[in-house]
Design a protein around this ligand. Structure first.
Ligand SMILES: *Cc1c(COP(=O)(O)O)cnc(C)c1O
Length: 385
């Protein structure tokens, strides 16, 4: 019998491709520390095995979106520093401390609550100070170029944060909003974070060990001096994709390949309607393969009548609406296709195209692959589990 994990629809996660991307990105700025993003279950690739591999490869730090994701990593034995980028409610500060998680803090109020919790626990919580230089999400606000008053306000608040007991401010960072769109806007954000850091130094706050701003787009797009500060923070590039088609691809390898095993191949006559809503009509007698993958597996329904999957060396179109658990593929032009053959849905050359057809980005497609899709891990070219 075929491997139990690959009877229906599965995602192969190639840890060699991850290692390749890691080395390639590190090579772009060998002096910078490396933080690997493993939020959202490592962009759908499986947080624990990806984190373990990054730890093995020599990453300096990992980042997640929330406390629960950090705990999953600790419970799977990850010892690397973990930065929690999202807000953690102060009543859960005990868990940040117990699991030794570093917390991003972007406002004084959150800082005060975390400080109180750390003091009550008799412990010290590591934090990275988040500055909002133009993203409009989280962070101490400094948007205005050359505005001394605004700079002073941000400086004072961060100084007050760093003076709180029970907190150890280890890092300062910001996040670029448009590093794959506008170099001017990105440079302005970079100037603002430098201004804030200068203001903090003027206030005698020089204890920070780590300064960071560059996610994948900035790491790949920009080489201006200092752009990466002393740590880079890539996510999607680690998984083998550029953030936007406009971004230069230095030779990244997609880590995930999603495959589905053809459940049936059926001969249907010209005029036959395919799937819900009868949105597709066969123009000729056709061979239709049923793939056991649908939106319940994370395949966007918006790809109905648009997606092409690869079977052998042929690209075959999905016909009709994508259902929850299945979709239909026209294999008339791929003679010999039979039940049990494997169709590749996402992978090198496929994911970015599918993302464009769905009006989204590769990030969303890989994150959306649901838990029903088994993950199969490959290392040194062989299946490891
Ligand atoms: C997700 C995220 C990243 C990684 O972004 P990519 O575009 O995937 O490289 C970096 N920093 C922060 C704050 C993020 O939220």
């Amino acid at each position: 019998m075929t491997d139990r994990k690959t009877v229906r629809t599965w995602a192969e996660v190639d840890l060699d491709a991850l290692a390749h991307n890691y080395r390639l990105l590190r090579g772009l700025d060998p002096k910078a520390k490396f933080l690997g993003l493993v939020k959202a279950d490592a962009y759908g690739h499986g947080a624990a095995p990806i984190a373990k591999k990054l730890q093995e490869l020599g990453a300096d730090m990992l980042a997640v979106a929330c406390l629960d994701e950090a705990i999953v990593l600790r419970e799977s034995g990850i010892a690397l520093p973990i930065l929690c980028l999202g807000q953690t409610p102060p009543e859960l500060a005990d868990e940040l401390l117990a699991y030794d998680i570093t917390q991003a803090v972007g406002d004084l109020e959150s800082g005060k609550a975390l400080s109180a919790a750390a003091v009550a626990a008799g412990k010290t919580l590591k934090i990275h100070v988040k500055v909002d230089t133009g993203m409009g999400r989280l962070g101490f606000v400094y948007y205005e170029d050359d505005d001394e008053a605004a700079l002073e306000r941000a400086g004072k608040e961060i100084e007050a944060l760093c003076a709180l007991p029970g907190l150890e401010a280890e890092g300062v960072f910001t996040h670029f909003a448009n590093a794959d769109g506008s170099e001017t806007y990105t440079k302005n954000q970079y100037i603002r974070i430098q201004d804030v850091i200068g203001e903090l130094w003027d206030r005698g706050l020089c204890q920070f060990k780590i300064y960071h701003c560059a996610a994948s787009a900035a790491v790949l797009n920009y080489t201006w001096t200092g752009c990466n500060m002393n740590m880079i923070r890539p996510g999607i590039a680690l998984y083998g994709y550029v953030p936007d088609p406009s971004v230069r691809d230095p030779g990244l390898k997609p880590v995930m390949t999603v495959k589905s095993r053809i459940a049936a191949v059926r001969e249907l006559p010209a005029g036959a309607k395919i799937s819900y809503g009868c949105t597709a009509t066969l123009e000729q007698d056709s061979q239709i393969a049923v793939l056991p993958m649908g939106y319940g597996d994370g395949l966007p329904r918006a790809l109905s009548n648009k997606l092409e999957v690869r079977i052998g060396d042929k690209l075959c179109p999905v016909l009709g609406r994508i259902c929850m658990d299945m979709c239909m593929v026209d294999v008339t032009d791929a003679p010999g296709v039979k039940t049990g053959d494997v169709a590749t849905v996402y992978g090198p050359g496929l994911t970015d195209k599918a993302a464009q057809l769905a009006g989204t980005i590769a990030y969303e497609l890989v994150c959306r692959i649901s838990t029903r899709v088994t993950r199969v891990y490959l290392e040194n070219g062989a299946k490891i589990f």
